[in-house]
Design a protein around this ligand. Structure first.
Ligand code: AMP
Length: 277
C-alpha cells in the first residue's frame, strides 16, 4: 500500500499509475474496524484502485472532549488496510486538507441541517460537508463508499454531490455488527463493561420495533422503543424516531419505506444506530 500525506503527491501517483481507472474512495477517521474494512472490500470489488483516507476532522466535532478522546492508532490502521488489500492511504494533516486553517463550507441541506444529528451536534454537518468536499477534490474519486451506520451523513453527502454536480457514484454499505448486534464503531472501545452490556439493547429495541411495523402506528412503535430503551438505567435517549428515509421527515403510516433512527448516550459515549424498513 502506498501512503501519502500530501494531496499533490497522491494526485501525481494516481495520474501516473491509474489513469483511466475507476477510483474508489473510502473516507474515514481511523481507529478502523471490520465495518470500515467492509467499505474497502466493496470498493475493491467495484473499482480499479481503492483509496482510503484517515483524517480526524476537527471541525465536525462540536465537543472538544470527544475530539481529544478520539482514538488514533495509525500503525494498527495501516496494518489492517494492508491486510485488506487497500491500494492507497491518504493520511494528511489539517494544513494539507484545508490548504491552511479549516474553513467551513455551507450548502443548502434542505432541512437535514435541522434534525437528529444536526440538533444534537450543531455545526456537525457543515464540518462533514467541508471535509468531504476537500477530500473529494483531493482524491477525485469516481465512486465513494459510505456506511449506513451514519445514515443522515449518507443523505448529506449525496446532497453535496448533487449540489456540486460531481460525477461520483455513491454507495451506501450495510452496517457491520458485533456478534451480539451492537453496531461496530470506533467509539465502542470507550464503553465500560456495564455500558457495553446495556448497549446491546439498542439493536434489540430496533429489531423488535421493526417487527411491529404494520401492527401499530409509527408513533406507537416509537413509544415502544422509548419504553424499551428507558429500561436501561445508564442510557439517555437523544432520539428514537421512525422517519422517511429520503428526507428524515416524520411519517404517519407505513405506506412508504421508513428508517428507524436511534441515538443514545450511555453515558461515557454517544452511540447511534438505525434500521431500514
Ligand atoms: P468514521 O471513521 O466513523 O468517520 O467512519 C468512516 C466510514 O465508515 C463512514 O462511512 C461510516 O458510516 C462507516 N462505518 C462506521 N461504522 C460502520 C459499521 N459498523 N459498518 C459499516 N460501515 C461503518
Amino acid at each position: 500500500m502506498q501512503i501519502f500525506t500530501k494531496k499533490t503527491e497522491l494526485q501525481d501517483y494516481l495520474k501516473k499509475w491509474f489513469a483511466g481507472n475507476t477510483i474508489g474512495f473510502v473516507p474515514t477517521m481511523g481507529a478502523l474496524h471490520a465495518g470500515h474494512l467492509s467499505l474497502i472490500e466493496q470498493s475493491k470489488k467495484k473499482c480499479g484502485v481503492t483509496v482510503c483516507s484517515i483524517f480526524v476532522n476537527p471541525i465536525q466535532f462540536n465537543d472538544p472532549a470527544d475530539l481529544a478522546k478520539y482514538p488514533r492508532p495509525i500503525e494498527h490502521d495501516i496494518e489492517l488496510l494492508e491486510k485488506a488489500g487497500c491500494d492507497i492511504l491518504y493520511n494528511p494533516d489539517v494544513n494539507d486538507v484545508y490548504d491552511g486553517e479549516p474553513s467551513i463550507i455551507q450548502i443548502d441541506l434542505g432541512g437535514l441541517e435541522k434534525v437528529f444529528e444536526s440538533k444534537q451536534r450543531p455545526g456537525h454537518f457543515d464540518g462533514v460537508v467541508s471535509v468531504v468536499k476537500k477530500l473529494f477534490d483531493a482524491v477525485k474519486p469516481t465512486d465513494v463508499f459510505f456506511g449506513q451506520k451514519d445514515y443522515q451523513q449518507t443523505l448529506v453527502v449525496r446532497k453535496m454531490i448533487r449540489y456540486y454536480n460531481m460525477p461520483i457514484k455513491f454507495y451506501t454499505c450495510p452496517i457491520l455488527r458485533e456478534a451480539d448486534g451492537l453496531a461496530m464503531s470506533s467509539r465502542n472501545a470507550r464503553l465500560t463493561a456495564e455500558e457495553r452490556e446495556q448497549a446491546i439493547n439498542i439493536y434489540k429495541a430496533l429489531k423488535e420495533a421493526a417487527l411491529k411495523q404494520g401492527l401499530y402506528t409509527p408513533t406507537q412503535v416509537e413509544e415502544y422503543m422509548y419504553t424499551e430503551l428507558q429500561k436501561n438505567s445508564f442510557m439517555e435517549i437523544e432520539y428514537a424516531s421512525i422517519v422517511d428515509p429520503t428526507d428524515l421527515k416524520p411519517i404517519i403510516d407505513w405506506q412508504h419505506s421508513a428508517v428507524i433512527l436511534v441515538a443514545v448516550k450511555v453515558p461515557s459515549t454517544r452511540l447511534i444506530d438505525n434500521v431500514l424498513l
